[in-house]
Design a protein around this ligand. Structure first.
Ligand code: ATP
Length: 334
């Protein structure tokens, strides 16, 4: 598993829970989302109504689950958690919906991966707080309408664009979660360090934050690795030098690139003169599957402005040459 992956690892599961902020006021960053959400929730509370359904869109590890938990807590209602892949049939969803209590918050993670027939059932539930339970099969089948409790759906997706229009339209509020700024991640690192009992200097927190690829989950993970290093090699206090040494050992560089990212970049520069080169050729040259390069390494390299995808293939930018300390040949056209 990659240290800089935004996906939740087994180790993260327990720690994520311990580090989650519990109220909107403790949620760091995402200023606009926080303010918008605060209005939605407080106006609903004031009117004594359940708020509109909320769609959270954004990459893994940016705090969607955390926000869903906060929404339930702010409303003082229970939270039910399920996910798109867990809903294989409409019946799976009916079982969840029909057992919700009044005002309950239903968190549906990876909502874009829900089975199609369940989607239609969800439309009706979101709009009319009703499910049609189909009894029998074939021509004799009948739909029996069943009223369900008024609930608030919090849907999460990494790709809002992949949701069918009718589903997207039924959310009263969509929050787009962006990557975090280093300054925000620094606050998150300091807060997490406090909760984990780690002594960390401000400059060290900044160092960890800067390499965390804009993602709180990665920041929290790097913090734990840096802590390990400081405990074993020093007295436990994380200084900037210790943080740097630890991250060097774990092969996470100043911009948060890891070994795979750098291998791809280096191959592109040294073997193909900076490109353009096709994805498969590039992948073979680093001994990886094309999919790994495309899904695991490239998105971050593109985001950092180090690599561009063009119709003719992958191309390195001037920043890529600079990052690896290499001089581009005139043929690179930079
Ligand atoms: P996934 O899509 O993989 O489920 P997610 O978007 O739901 O990820 P969370 O599980 O909510 O992400 O957050 C990951 C970790 O990052 C948690 O430990 C949480 O404490 C921390 N975190 C996320 N956002 C914030 C924030 N704004 N302030 C403080 N900590 C945060």
């Amino acid at each position: 598993e990659r240290l800089v992956s935004a996906e939740q690892s087994v180790e993260d599961q327990a720690i994520d829970a311990a580090l989650r902020p519990k109220q909107l006021d403790d949620f760091i960053g995402q200023e606009r989302v926080r303010e918008q959400l605060s209005l939605v929730l407080h106006s609903a509370l004031r009117r004594g109504r359940t708020p509109d359904h909320v769609l959270l869109s954004g990459g893994p590890g940016l705090g969607k689950t955390t926000l869903a938990m906060i929404i339930a807590a702010e409303l003082g209602k229970p939270l039910r958690i399920t996910s798109g892949p867990a809903i294989e049939r409409a019946g799976d969803l009916a079982a969840v919906l029909s057992t919700l209590s009044e005002g309950e918050v239903l968190f549906l993670d990876e909502i874009h991966r829900m089975a199609r027939p369940a989607e239609e059932m969800l439309y009706l539930a979101m709009e009319d707080f009703r499910v049609d339970v189909v009894v029998g099969k074939g021509p004799g089948a009948t739909a029996i309408p069943l009223d369900i409790a008024r609930f608030t759906l919090v849907g999460a997706t990494t790709r809002a664009g992949m949701l069918p229009g009718p589903l997207r339209d039924r959310f009263g509020f969509t929050a787009h979660m962006d990557f975090y700024e280093p300054a925000e991640l620094e606050v998150i690192v300091r807060r997490s360090a406090g909760l984990l009992g780690v002594r960390i200097d401000d400059e060290a927190a900044a160092e960890v934050a800067f390499r965390s690829r804009g993602t709180p989950r990665i920041a929290n993970r790097l913090l734990r690795r840096v802590r390990d290093y400081a405990e074993v090699r020093a007295d436990g206090r994380v200084t900037r030098e210790l943080a740097r040494a630890a991250l060097k050992l774990y092969e996470v560089d100043e911009e948060g690139l890891d070994r795979l990212d750098r291998a791809v970049l280096r191959a592109l520069l040294t073997k193909f003169g900076g490109g353009p080169v096709g994805l498969s050729t590039l992948a073979v040259s680093v001994g990886e599957e094309p999919e790994t390069v495309e899904v695991v390494a490239e998105p971050f390299l593109v985001r950092q402005g180090l690599l561009a995808r063009t119709a003719r293939g992958r191309v390195a930018t001037a920043a890529a040459w600079e990052h690896l300390g290499l001089t581009p040949p005139p043929s690179a056209g930079l």
